[in-house]
Structure formats: structure tokens, C-alpha cells
Design a protein around this ligand. Sequence first.
Ligand SMILES: Cc1cc2nc3c(=O)[nH]c(=O)nc-3n(C[C@H](O)[C@H](O)[C@H](O)COP(=O)(O)O)c2cc1C
Length: 382
Amino acid sequence: MTPRSLADYKHLAERRLPRFLFEYVEAGSYLEQTRLANRRDLAGIGLRQRVLRDVSRIDMSATVLGHHLPFPVALAPVGMAGMMARRGEVQAARAAREIGVPFTLSSASCCRVEEVGAASGGGPFWFQLYMLKDRGYMASLLTRAREAGCTALLVTVDLPCLGARYRDYRSGISNDPWPVRIARMAGQVLPRPHWLWNVGLRGRPHTLGNIADGVERGASLARVMGFMQANLENAAGWNIIDWLRRHWDGPIVVKGVLDAEDAREAVRGGADGIVVSNHGGRQLDGVPSTARALPAIADAVGGELTVLVDGGVRTGLDVARMLALGAEGVLIGRAWAYPLAAQGQRGVAHMLGLLRDELRVAMALTGATRIAELTRTSLLQS
Ligand SMILES: Cc1cc2nc3c(=O)[nH]c(=O)nc-3n(C[C@H](O)[C@H](O)[C@H](O)COP(=O)(O)O)c2cc1C
């Protein structure tokens, strides 16, 4: 089957990945109400069709955090993407470079930041940092990211503790004692020989390249995950931006803001940007969808820092909706993880091309010839 849409890629990913990995990507927390709301609220926003306007020349380019982009989309950090395809983060970074959009490397990636930096070949390359108690280790990660060529830092603040993902319990990736877990995972890997050979055996995805050094060289995935969970920072305040500033001289973007008052704190704290995000519905279930939270936040701080958003974006039409609601740039998570699992670099590049083409259609039919012309007047008032 030649994939024509994200739904096709998701279908292929489901056939290719061992079940626990597919569920890991798809999962939201608890009853998954926020994960579902991200999609439902975004898809429910009507675009306002306008006709007989000169849309023969459409300029989708935009400057985001100092990068001139062909269209304002970036790849969000997705932990353990190296489990989706062989050297998965490297493949996705190459696809992003091909299309000219930023790739954000998760600190919980399988591939080390140095390896991905080399693959991103001078294209826009951002680094995501989880807040860990061990400040010395955070500082050393920031040094590595800078030396590997990362230009912007996304610091994720919505993970002082972990929301429970029941799918991970059911699939066997969490909670069971190790021998049971290994047995259950093996039972799901064996029916996926393509993944076992290409990714499991030849891809060396068994550890988290950036974090592992803080534990011990070659530490197992279980040890590294245990280290991370035990080290999640839950005592930081907004002055953390001052600390980051001393260790990072590029833009600092706070990822995981969902409230206008927190967005104002980010401005007061000196952040260069925020990502309006609920972690793809993977942390606190019951918080609003990002499409609902975004307008008030953009009204409160737009123009004072860069407002980015993620959550439920699956098409270029969704990108148009988020831009019209007030975002300056849009991050995609699952929408690159599925094509990566299905077809590696080729799939991610194709998916990004689809988003770009769909965005162009959305602009043409809402009568926008520049990104700045996508505003709330491009939407139907409900
Ligand atoms: C499988 C998976 C892993 C993720 N890992 C991280 C991570 O390591 N760091 C982070 O800040 N966000 C992480 N996120 C959240 C994404 O960066 C992003 O906020 C979310 O995926 C956006 O929602 P969407 O998947 O509906 O586009 C992850 C999301 C998924 C689906």
C-alpha cells in the first residue's frame, strides 16, 4: 500500500511495530479524555472558505526562533523514537533537514545528540531537556547539545511526575516484574520479524543515548528509565530560566504551558518562547485541549515571546487552524512517529510534504496568501 495520509501511516505502523511500541506512541494518560479532546476540538474548528481572491502566489514561509522556515512546522520531541525505526532519530532528523523544518531531539532519545547533530547537517536542530534533580548532569547535557549544533532549547515543564498510561500497563511495557515483562514483550516482538531484525537487533535501540552516560556506560533501558524517574525535578520554580540562561546562550522555550497566567510567568521569567502543550494528552488527563487553551494564551502573551503549540495536529488543515488561533509555529508528535515506524526517513519526509501541501490548500481556500493572514477571521465562529 502506498500511504496517502497519516491514517495510512498509522495503519502501517501498527502492522510493523510490536504491540507495546504502537501502544506506547498512541497512549494518553488515565481515561485519555485530553488526548481525545486534542483531536476533537481541533477537528471541530470550522475553516471559513473565501473565494475569488488572487491566491496565485502563496508564501508559507515564516521565521521561528531565528530560523527562516518554508512553513512553520517543527518535529516535537518524541522519546525513544529510535525504537520506531533503525537509528530512528537520525532518520527523522534527515527527513526534517530534507524539508527544511526543525527537528527537536528528546533528551530521552535512543541516539545520542552528537550522532543526530551530525545527521541534521546544519539544518535547524533543537534540543528538549527534561528537568532532572541532578543539575550537574543537566549542565553537561546542555554543553553536549550546544556542541552538537542545537540552536534552541525546549525545556519540558509538565513532567514533575509521570501520568499513568494504562495502555502501557496492558501491553506489558510498565509495571510487571522484569521477567514477566521480558516474556510478554518477546511474545509481541516475535510476530514482527522485520522490526526484530532491522530495529531490535541491528538498530541497537536498547538504551537512551543522552541519559545513559549519567547512569553508567551501556546501562540497560530499564536502569536508565529508573534513573530518570527517580531524578524528575519537582521542586523547580520559574527562576529555573535564570539557571538555564547561565548554561545556554540560545533561545529558551518553555514546553508544557496550558494557562495564560503561566504564560505571563514565562514572559516575566525571561523565556524566549512557550509551547502550549499538554504532552499529547499523556500527563494530566482532564486538562483542556491545546486548541481550547491556545487563544487566551496567545492573547495574553503573543508578541512578547514566541508562541508555539502542539497536540492533535494530523494534517496541514490542523496547522492552519492552530496558526489562525494565534500560534506562530506548530509542532507535530505522533504525526512523525507513525511515518517513521512505517517507512523511516522516506515516510517522515513524505508526511511533512503532505502537511505542507495541505497547508497551501487551506490557505488558498481561506483566502490567505501569507501566514500572517491566517487569523481568527479565517475560522468560523462557533
Ligand atoms: C511517544 C511519545 C513520546 C514523547 N516523548 C516526549 C519527550 O521525550 N519529551 C517531551 O517534551 N515530549 C514528549 N512527547 C510529547 C510531544 O513532544 C508532543 O507534546 C505531543 O506528542 C503532541 O501531541 P501529538 O502527538 O498529538 O502531536 C512525546 C509524545 C509521544 C506521543
